[in-house]
Ligand binder design. Structure first.
Ligand code: FRU
Length: 445
């Protein structure tokens, strides 16, 4: 069917605009996935709310339950911005930023903006308690501009801990740490930053995987390079040793990835979900004229490789997979999207999916959407991977997520093939492909 761009295994809104994943958690036998939602406009204008999906614990049957928070107090009147969830004693504690843009002639960086951190609780994930402001502009260090947001909270050694993203008055990105004995009485602890690393750090996330601690950030203002930081804004993580931040590595080298958040699933795994999109992009998404824009990435299970870097692998309920088929090198397979492609190769390799070309020359992994029409302005993204021997590609109706080198390097992109069936061919090795059935998403009727 032409123009069938509704995703089959990715969460997306029926109408309007989606951005960051928010409040990810597993509570009382259910997964909760909230998201930044502008229901009034596929371009992101109008009210900024939290939409909500939940899944019984199979991750293949979802329900969209509607908007759970919208701007309705003075402290969040310009937007219910990003935040997180912490589950304690059966209660989901939600922390988010209430954005306020005061009317007037301001730069909205050094003046004219309030950033209020707000706490609510919910038992069922759908109905939240009244909103309580826990931090205001006067509670941030003097070096901060008005841009302070996106609280990520966790409990460690019986203490509540929070990290916030911020921009200083000298246009330096940083994170602020706060601590509390209970979820409402916070005090400032410290600021961490890195020189020459952007003017604003959004959506921080401090988390551990396999006993190692990481600080994820989405920095704005990094210099673009041929193999790194190719997008308008970036997203990646530092290894964190005490207060030392080192070895920044991007979570994803594709065109469409930003503002990820992690949480712990029912088995104790660290799972990451990102926004498969970025703000202020120079290319476009044709679903906008059909009434909606953007989706979330697949959930990805994180682990750590021997060099201390994060590896990511997609989490898809096994029951969604169909029969695998082996396709020999040079043979053209016709595959209905969504599908799951796996390949192992020795040196150079190239696979073409519709008009998207993914190649590896022994040193660099390249995604080229510039040859055809389905990229809608997207051209080339590269990652200097060194030697890798495998790719796993999850192609949905309008996206590709490429996991290379066992998931050490990832590239995510939207693409918009004109048909739900694509041709796939490869050079350098054969591949395996299996269909992926559509998830059930209720609640949009
Ligand atoms: C990141 C971001 C966050 C903010 C939210 C607003 O994409 O800019 O910093 O809280 O989006 O929708």
């Amino acid at each position: 069917m032409a123009r069938n761009w509704r995703q089959s295994i990715h969460l997306e809104p029926r109408n309007g605009w989606l951005n960051d994943p928010n409040g990810l958690c597993y509570a009382d036998g259910k997964y909760h996935v909230y998201f930044q939602y502008s229901p009034d406009s596929p371009k992101g204008a109008g009210r900024k709310c939290w939409g909500h999906f939940e899944s019984s614990d199979d991750l293949k049957t979802w329900t969209y339950t509607g908007i759970v928070m919208e701007p309705d107090i003075p402290e969040d009147r310009s937007g219910v911005y990003s935040g997180c969830a912490v589950v304690k004693d059966g209660i989901i504690h939600i922390f988010y930023t209430g954005n306020v843009k005061l009317p007037g002639d301001y730069d909205y960086i050094t003046a004219g903006r309030e950033a209020n951190q707000i706490h609510v609780t919910t038992k069922d994930g759908r109905t939240v308690s009244s909103k309580k402001v826990i931090l205001r502009n006067s509670d941030y260090p003097e070096c901060c501009s008005c841009h302070v947001r996106d609280p990520k909270v966790w409990i460690e050694d019986g203490k509540w801990k929070m990290v916030l993203g911020a921009r200083t008055l000298e246009d330096k990105g940083c994170v602020l740490y706060y601590e509390a004995e209970d979820p409402e009485s916070w005090h400032y602890v410290k600021t961490l930053s890195v020189d020459d690393f952007g003017y604003m750090w959004e959506c921080p996330d401090q988390f551990d995987v396999d006993g190692k601690v990481f600080l994820g950030i989405s920095p704005q203002g990094l210099e673009h390079e041929e193999y790194r930081h190719q997008n308008v804004y970036s997203s990646g993580y530092f290894k964190k040793n005490g207060d030392e931040l080192s070895d920044f590595e991007e979570f994803d080298y594709g065109f469409d990835f930003y503002a990820p958040q992690t949480f712990i699933d029912k088995k104790g795994n660290r799972i990451l979900i990102g926004w498969m999109g970025i703000g202020d992009i120079p290319y476009s998404n044709p679903t906008t004229e059909l009434g909606w824009q953007h989706c979330l990435t697949l959930p990805r299970k994180l682990s750590v490789d021997p060099d201390g870097f994060i590896v990511q692998m997609p989490v898809i309920n096994e029951e969604l997979f169909g029969e695998s088929e082996e396709i020999a090198e040079g043979v053209t397979a016709k595959a209905l999207l969504a599908c799951d492609i796996s390949v192992r190769f020795d040196s150079a390799y190239k696979i073409t999916i519709g008009d998207a070309v993914i190649s590896f020359d022994g040193e660099v992994l390249m995604l080229d959407l510039g040859k055809g029409a389905s990229g809608y302005g997207r051209t080339v993204r590269k990652a200097r991977t060194g030697r890798i021997n495998d790719l796993r590609i999850i192609a949905d109706r309008s996206s590709l997520e490429i996991f290379a080198g066992g998931g050490r390097y990832v590239m995510s992109t939207r693409f918009y093939p004109s048909d739900a069936e694509v041709n796939i061919t490869s050079e350098g090795a054969g591949f395996t492909v299996r269909p992926v059935r559509e998830m059930e998403v209720k609640g949009f009727e």
